[in-house]
Design a protein around this ligand. Sequence first.
Ligand code: ADP
Length: 543
Amino acid sequence: MLGLMQDWQLLCHRILDHAATQHGGRQIVSRSVEGPFHTTNYAELRVRALRVAQRLERSGIKLGDRVATLAWNTWRHLEAWYGIMGIGAVYHTVNPRLFPDQIAWIVNHAEDRVMMVDLTFVPILEKLADRLKPIEQYVVLTDAEHMPATTLKNAVPYEEWIAEVDGDFAWKEFDENTAAGMCYTSGTTGHPKGVVYSHRSNVLHSLMAGQPDAMDVGARDVVMPVVPMFHANCWGLALTSPMAGATMAMPGGKLDGASIYEMLDNCRVSFTAAVPTVWLMLLAHLEANNLKLPHLKKVVIGGSACPRAMAQKFQDVYGVEVIHAWGMTEMSPLGTLGSLKPEYAGLKGESRLDVQQKQGHSPFCVEMKITDDAGNPMPWDGKTFGRLKVRGPAVARRYFKDDAEILDAEGFFDTGDVGTIDRYGYLNITDRSKDVIKSGGEWISSIELENLAIGHPKVAEAAVIGVRHPKWDERPLLVIVLKEGQSASKDELLAFFRGKVANWWLPDDVVFVREIPHTATGKILKTVLRDQFKDYAFPTAAA
Ligand code: ADP
């Protein structure tokens, strides 16, 4: 017997219809790439998204065709997403921080037919254009007045391009399992891999993300996604915010501390989300200028581990609640969020921070397990490490144009992360499986050591890698970038760890460097560091 409910397909453009109907006047304020702030609302944004859809269709873009965007978070990028999805085409966000070779590779692999590009990135594409074979037209996200002279094929200014149609158009209807968006994982080794979201997965992910114990976004919020739309599906915020009817503040291309502060203050932002590096810049700016954050209530920090000192500062100095989150491109991307369940809600001070150092618990739609290398489940005791595997309707089951099986027999995807889960379901990521340090048969968490090191007042950035050791197989090496103008001895830094971790976890040595290499999404490039120090000999190695 089947249920007798309506067949209402979970299509992403229905989110924008809802926002325009129920929250039509709610604003979307953007820092435009041209410079000035720009304000629109959901009702206007929907009208323009329909024009994008109609204009794409006139260009012959059909169901399943890929349309690339190489753009910052602005109202134009947002309406472009909805316009693309509204005819069943697929938005493909390209990360401008990738190496040019990788950009060329993924555009060809995705077979993008149209490229929508911000002014900032026109020069990058001009250099690459003859290698971007499938692109038939470049739409520059600006107006005629700001349109640069460019060699890009069939380049048109976006405003003129969408003005060529009248907007008298209806969204297409299709199956909710139709592809909606694509995002390539940065792939520190080998080629990037294409993750393909469906309308259904995006809608379910947004419903999940908005929940009170997830991001808790509502119509009274002003949401600023600092996380770029090109990073891991914007952590869902390009869909969750309109679904909730929240006001949006889009930071454009300026992500430095002063610019982010200006936007937080001008727009009275109540909710924001980004990687730790962004918050380091903001906190430095606040401190240097003696500023406060009176409007901000909540900040979601993820993408890499949130340093303890950062959570503490946001909460104790600025009165902003920190939600530590973990996820990945393959998960649309949210996996866990660190809101406090009743079992932990009463905690204060250091013990609250202890819980907030964990990456949190999974909302409905994400199932987790940890296993040993043979796939046997490990206990949720907060101590036993295991490979983290996940399952759910917004988790990838395959990569684009790749037949490789990526799920285990129970349908779980191996995240490549290693962690513990405690009895209340809180995940603690201890490492990437390839970064974990294997010392005498035991595992040492590089992330935990890095978090501690970052808490030292003289340390700007820290990385810990496993380096060959004749007796222990691998031992931790601490790589440090000191803050501007600071000096410190090795012993001083190592002393800082004593009493905070088991003695056998203490790094065997410290090296000071000027810079630590990063991936396109701001993560430490451990492969490069490991290569750099592969011949390193520990002073303890002779013993
Ligand atoms: P990219 O490398 O392109 O940024 P993802 O955003 O998909 O790709 O990266 C996901 C990975 O980032 C996770 O598998 C995990 O290793 C790491 N990560 C994400 N959030 C956290 C967090 N809060 N703490 C520790 N690691 C995290």
